[in-house]
Write a protein that binds this ligand. Sequence first.
Ligand code: GLN
Ligand code: ZN
Length: 758
Amino acid sequence: MTIRSSNLGFPRIGRRRELKKAVEAYWRGEVSAEALKDTGRELRRRHWALQAEAGIDIIPSNDFSFYDQMLDMSVALGAVPERFGWQPGTIGLDTYFDMARGHGDVPALEMTKWFDTNYHYLVPELREGQTFSLASTHIIDAYEEASEAGYRTRPVIIGPVTWLMLGKCKSGEIDPLDLLGRVLPVYRDILGRLAKAGADWVQIDEPVLVTDLSDAQKAAVGEAYAGLTGAGPNLLLTTYFGALGDNLDLVADLPVEGLHVDLVRAPHQLDAVLAAWPQDRTLSLGVIDGRNIWRTDLSAAFARVETAIAARGGGDIEIAPSCSLLHVPVDLEQEDRLDDALKAWLAFAKQKLEEVVTLAQAAQSGRASRSAAFDASDAAQASRRASPRIHDPAVADRLAASADTDARRASPYERRSLEQRARLNLPVYPTTTIGSFPQTQPVREARAANGKGDMNDADYDAFLKAATEDAIRRQEALGLDMLVHGEFERNDMVEYFGEQLDGFAFTRFGWVQSYGSRCVKPPVIFGDVSRPAPMTVEWTAYAQSLTGKPVKGMLTGPVTILQWSFVRDDQPRSQTCRQIAYAIRDEVVDLEKAGVGAIQIDEPALREGLPLRRADWAGYLDWAGTCFRIAASGVSDATQIHTHMCYSEFNDIMPSIAGLDADVISIEASRSDMELLEAFAEFSYPNEIGPGIWDIHSPRVPGEAELERLLVKAADVIPADRIWVNPDCGLKTRGWPEVEASLKGMVAVAGRLRQAAE
Ligand code: GLN
Ligand code: ZN
């Protein structure tokens, strides 16, 4: 048996986001296509060298992309929708970026989340009768480019079942998998060419194998791999983000030479995998977390590796990250915003590869040769476990003392609503917005200047106050009923809170790709979370002091804060979420004390936290809902709690949304033409709803007729005394002229329906 170290994919953005900068410069016409391609080549070469230097035996190629690996696969297969005007042949960079970003009136491919990550891929667009052909040789080119540079690599491709299942059929009533027989010849062509170029293995990613599959889908998996055997190189069937579970037997029967399993997300599947996977074939053990930034407990990971070695006969073993390292930042070394103690607990992509190599070397030479790296890892784990920075007894005591009643309002909605109506005195069809107003150039410049020290705190504060007052006056002039302060002081809806909470840390270069050239820098939740001081009370109270209209307080909810951070891995996520929930609860209570009558707790990420397997949904929804209610339930009946959701479809979790028991929910609805309301009606949602009637995702100002049509549609299913009128989401990405024009229309339309109702 041979034991090797391997990697499944390296982040392509570059340690200083070089790729982002180059791609955006190309879009702006500042650099040529050749210059952009040079940057790509330079990054690939740098990353291959880095992996080779780390001692990785099996280095991937084709893990690079100028935008997205799913788009790259679509391009390789010639799956270009007609509207992009592509003539069969090869696909150039401009068609490629048109598909990613749209062009003039031609809309881009749809984009959505990659499994349960915060990475977004471009959805393959499929149609009945579609034909496929090899339209780009980038996969083979990347392999050859690496060979020429002296690296023998293992190319990575998205498997046909995952590619099709993540696709959407836009015309014709077919299941994407009906097209399997048509894509397989192109896959065989790609594999054959790779073999000819010298590749002996290919990593073929099929993450759908950790999700629930129907019998037809399972049959398609069998058909796909029967169709690919003998096409060329050996195949490493690569699964990640969860356990194979009930798909394991199917997988074990496939005619592929190797299997990669995720033993970080699903450590418990090891025994079942060892029992099912044939002894003479390669098994790749994903024991280093590719999704999170914590330094690996090498001793614990090694124990898993030893179990595998002991159970295996002749087949080779690979030691690998759990999934591609795309989901973690590039290099911890360059961080200067984190202190050394905290850095010692972390590992980014480069450091994770070193861990892979350490484990592989120890596995090759036996336990006796445990290197100093193991001692350092043990010491880091011990220091983390014992650190007073992580464990706050006050937080532990508070959670231990928490009662079920903490997650319940004092009275049911019917009672609360009477008190709230008396207090807020709003008309029917009340109008409001979702929180943020335009983050204009001056707002962003002032924040940057204050950050750099070029604008002192007093001047910055005065600037923000002026911006807030301006927003209040504009809202009053528009005639909105419930106002907001505008969120000018906030950089980001999670970072703003994380920076004021204990237990959070922030990196300087910890970027990960979100989509295309967009990167995010998630906060690191390393310790027990608490709120040392009020976070938003001053701004909300200031805004309220300027107007007689009610001003709505504005907070990010515990589930969203959790979902958009790197979360500590030494306790269940549910427990970390609960700690955040209590911190937000403190803020809600303080807002109430300051006289704020309505408080919105945003949870746009509630749905995206859903586990990949249906069977796990109920457990998640239960604790996530409880956390929201802990945050919301410290106030009296007369204080109105709002929540807001967007980005996704909510139909399938309606009972859980109702279970949050927010007095008012504002929710994205206009893009789907209010489709979602059917679910609210069917379920007869008990509290108040503001279905967004203005899609704020484009600069277009909707006409009044359009706004009215959507509102009337909503009023058909929501009783007049429980409907709110608002946009789909916050307005920070918009400009004031569109905002004022659109809100003017919105207020006018609400007024007309109000008159008709009275
Ligand atoms: N209150 C936030 C805003 O208006 C909500 C953002 C969101 O839902 N993503 O910007
Ligand atoms: Zn939103």
